[in-house]
Design a binder for this molecule. Structure first.
Ligand SMILES: Cc1ncc(COP(=O)(O)O)c(C=O)c1O
Length: 429
């Protein structure tokens, strides 16, 4: 018996059930991944006990020499991984990272230009129900109706007209890469900061399989738990110099640090920072480049297979880790598709497609990603089969024999790629 199963069988059973769900299903939610046992060990460590408000060498509490070591290791590894000048390890999550980044560069009411949520932007990029939409004056840009691609000429026109303080490049559901150089030119033309939110594609950048935003952006935020395959959390990277306000006493790096602590957060999550450091060490290993490339190869095999089997894709393919399916022609809404796939053990999420005719809570699309399956060792031949299984399921929502066949295939595939093998709360220590 583990300590947990002995003391709290209800929680231990719930965790065991969740581990088994992860083992026995195909996890294809594009923002999720499966971390290593090493990352999990760091997360479950007594570092959670420590209070360490402040930054390494400048803490508000005593007893932080080992915590300083952990945070410095995380910072140095992250800087090495991305070639960054400055890294703040303390944001609890991607939303906090974005909030701090905005406050480091803008005042409430200032204009921030970001991708339209209905075209692939994130909640924190200006949703009216989110702090971003309430505190800042958000100017959206979107994709073209015929190509589903961002038109950089239109981005430039909007920027010249609106003169935003910050231009944000980044997305949560856009299957293509971004032209960071062009974004930089436009930002320079209007005197704006360029911010990149690479939460979704950070692992691809780390693995050199995606254009590099570090060559162009002033500030880069990322979550650590998506393609980067680390613990739930976030990082803010920045240049040291503030090229928009060089006269300020605080440089950009100091503004970022101040915006996290003391402006937005109290004590950092030291156990999570340790787990981030472990994940960066994994990403610094040469094999991570193969991993990143395989995520994309797998996504492209999935895209081909879905399209060959009658499922429409936004922009007709992908350059990254996700595809965005438009289910309109299948006769299903995104939510129905998500529920149906869930019933056969394939996890995806409903999503708006550009120019969606349906409502945000009941949209037409389905977002499907390959980071977690790639972590399990799935290759392109298997993703081709997964594409067929998804298409088959979506085209036959009421055919129980077909759905049962897909369920069996999911079972066989997950057994061929074991996850957290041998880990059970019921195993004697
Ligand atoms: C692009 C982007 N930025 C920020 C976030 C927010 O991250 P979190 O859920 O950790 O707050 C997400 C989460 O999905 C995201 O996709």
């Amino acid at each position: 018996m583990s300590h947990l199963s002995e003391f709290d069988p209800e929680i231990s059973n719930a965790i065991e059930n969740e581990i088994n769900r992860q083992r026995n299903g195909l996890e294809m939610i594009a923002s999720e991944n499966l971390v290593s046992r090493a990352v999990l060990e760091a997360l479950g460590s007594p570092l959670t006990n420590k209070y360490s408000e402040g930054y390494p060498g400048k803490r508000y509490y005593s007893g932080n020499e080992f915590i300083d070591n952990v945070e410095n290791l995380a910072i140095n590894r992250a800087k090495e991984l991305f070639g960054a000048e400055h890294a703040n390890m303390q944001p609890h999550a991607g939303s906090q990272a974005n909030m701090a980044a905005y406050f480091a560069m803008a005042e409430p009411g200032d204009k921030i230009m970001a991708m339209n949520l209905a075209h692939g932007g994130h909640l924190t990029h200006g949703s009216p129900v989110n702090f971003s939409g309430k505190l800042f004056n958000i100017v959206p840009y979107g994709v073209q109706q015929d190509t589903h691609l961002i038109d950089m000429n239109e981005v430039r026109d909007i920027a010249l007209r609106e003169k935003p303080v910050v231009i944000l490049a980044g997305h949560t559901a856009y299957p293509r890469t971004l032209d960071f150089e062009k974004f930089r030119q436009i930002a320079d033309e209007v005197g704006a900061y360029l911010m990149v939110d690479m939460a979704h594609f950070a692992g691809l950048v780390a693995g050199k399989a995606h254009p590099d935003p570090f060559l162009w952006a002033d500030v880069i935020t990322t979550t650590t738990h998506k393609t980067l395959r680390g613990p739930r959390g976030a990082v803010i990277f920045s240049k040291i110099e503030d090229r928009i306000h060089p006269e300020d006493k605080k440089n950009l790096a100091k503004k970022i640090d101040f915006a996290i602590f003391p402006f937005m957060q109290g004590g950092p999550l030291d156990h999570v920072i340790a787990a981030k450091a472990v994940a960066f060490k994994e990403a610094l290993h040469p094999s991570f480049e193969q991993y990143a490339e395989q995520i994309i190869v797998n996504a492209q095999a999935l895209a081909e297979s879905l399209m060959n089997n009658g499922v429409d894709l936004v922009s007709r393919g992908t350059d990254n880790h996700l595809v965005l399916a438009d289910l309109t022609k299948t006769g299903l809404a995104g939510k129905q598709g998500e529920t149906l796939l869930d019933s056969v053990g394939i996890y995806t999420n409903k999503n708006m497609v550009p120019f969606d005719q349906r409502k945000p809570m009941d949209p037409s699309g389905l977002r499907i990603g390959t980071p977690a399956l790639t972590t399990r060792g799935f290759t392109e031949d298997e993703l081709k089969q997964v594409g067929e299984m998804i298409a088959h399921t979506l085209h036959n929502p009421n055919q129980n024999d077909i759905l049962e066949g897909v369920r069996k295939k999911v079972e066989a595939m997950t057994q061929a790629h074991p996850l957290y093998d041998g880990w059970s709360y019921e195993t004697p220590e």
